[in-house]
Design a protein around this ligand. Sequence first.
Ligand SMILES: CC(C)(COP(=O)(O)OP(=O)(O)OC[C@H]1O[C@@H](n2cnc3c(N)ncnc32)[C@H](O)[C@@H]1OP(=O)(O)O)[C@@H](O)C(=O)NCCC(=O)NCCSC(=O)C[C@H](O)C(=O)O
Ligand SMILES: [Mg+2]
Length: 294
Amino acid sequence: MAIRPRRSVLYMPGSNERALEKARSLPADGLIFDLEDSVAPEAKALARRQVTDAVKAGGFGHRELIVRVNGLDSEWASEDIAAVAHCGADAILFPKIQSAADVLQAILLLEQAGAPQTLPVWIMAETPRCILNIESIAGASRRLGCVVAGTSDLGRELRIRDTPARDGVFTALSLIVLAARALGVDAIDGVHLDLADEAGFAASCRQGRDLGFDGKTLIHPKQIEGANRGFAPSEAELDWARTIAAAFKDARAQGKGIVVVNGRLVEKLHVDEAERLIALNAAIMAAGERAVAA
Ligand SMILES: CC(C)(COP(=O)(O)OP(=O)(O)OC[C@H]1O[C@@H](n2cnc3c(N)ncnc32)[C@H](O)[C@@H]1OP(=O)(O)O)[C@@H](O)C(=O)NCCC(=O)NCCSC(=O)C[C@H](O)C(=O)O
Ligand SMILES: [Mg+2]
């Protein structure tokens, strides 16, 4: 299956028309048009209209367009879902998912609203119950396209202290990646709220990447470049990937199933990951070229 880069996924309030416009030129891999927590109750209808108009109008190039609707038990959910079901978004993101039944309910509502059967469903993992049920949630439907960590809501519910190492949500972050990998979908890390803390943001990108996340959700354009860098394969990783892929090809031609490169044992499993990194890099390059051409 083709790899879609999701290094940087930027939230913006659907009520902020300027942000929706600005997003057309920002170098993020994905955009989450939010109808939920960043939109005041009195601005919900405006946000819904602006978001669907913006998605229909297009002009976002290679960027993946995701609309986050309000929670299933909120008074806005059904109108949100009816409005976004066929607006042309690449995925619909459902917040506060607690169980596999919630995922099925979300899909049923989309179907009742006439959404294409192929429209992927993304979920926020942001409640303690969600984390405890994460395997069954992620496996509830093949429509699930991505799991997004909601570390702000989760941290609040867990009553943790906000430490630089994110100790309080560390287990949850690992469980999210485990569940996503088990089901073969992508996982995107939570937001870094302190916009002035560049070092802390870079550290949280490194940590997310080390944990296996495919990218990070962001709250401001100034965070895009760091996430794009942090979640892309580095030059050293790519050099190594190309080296071992070539060495393994030679070894296979000689009938061998393993090879030692620079003193390290290389097996097919290492080459599989190397090839994934090379393909991810190619997809990033291709998107970059399209962005320049757009
Ligand atoms: C945090 C902000 C409110 C700051 O906004 P602002 O004061 O306008 O910032 P700047 O003046 O520095 O903006 C500079 C220019 O960039 C544009 N901009 C700013 N933010 C965005 C954005 N998110 N997307 C697109 N464009 C953006 C401004 O319009 C300026 O443009 P220009 O006019 O050309 O100068 C704001 O950044 C913001 O609203 N951020 C997103 C907040 C949000 O969406 N929150 C909800 C998601 S987080 C969440 O819910 C977490 C999860 O659920 C969990 O539980 O963890
Ligand atoms: Mg949240």
